[in-house]
Write a protein that binds this ligand. Sequence first.
Ligand code: E4P
Length: 217
Amino acid sequence: MKFYIDTANIEEIKKAARWGVIDGATTNPTLMAKEGRDFSTVVKEITAILDGQLSVEAMGPEAEKLIKEAREYAKMSKNIVIKIPMTQDGIQAVKTLSKEGIKTNVTLVFSPNQALLAAKAGATYVSPFIGRLDDIGHDGMQVIRDIMAIYKNYGFKTQVIVASIRNPMHVTEAAKAGADIATVPYNVLEKMFTHALTDKGLRMFSDDWAKVAKSSK
Ligand code: E4P
């Protein structure tokens, strides 16, 4: 399973990259706007830090505009993946881009049928937003399980990026469902490291280690 970091914040990406377990990053227009910085500069900085794929979003909304944006962004780095919204124009654009070898990530996916359409168009990745489904009282993780089963039935190569992750249990459940990738906000990644018993055990070992005689020989 791969872990991406879901942010456009350079400091967060730098800190997470040091752990050596982050395989890439995803951004979206909201995350970019939050940084209040120039888009191309942010993209260059992220690709210089992370040796993995970076998703950036094309807005279109028409297929021709999405394709034009995608071709431009793809030139920025070999690691760029173009996020394309789950619309009729978006799927049309994905079909064209996939024939050109440009990697796509169909975003704003909330149902198995949307994921099926994205796979048929040749999307490299599909991003179901589970947290936003949970927010409106649906079972986001069930959508992931359904998509995994459907892709397996037909041997689709499209990889599933579990997105809109809100807590560490979302990551565990995504792994149990066999999802290819989880894109995780920095604060949730940090929480994945911790356990009260790890902290307690460390304190105990540290106190006991201080009592052990250590010869300088
Ligand atoms: C995924 O690629 C999106 O950037 C992200 O996961 C959306 O999450 P949100 O619902 O927390 O905005």
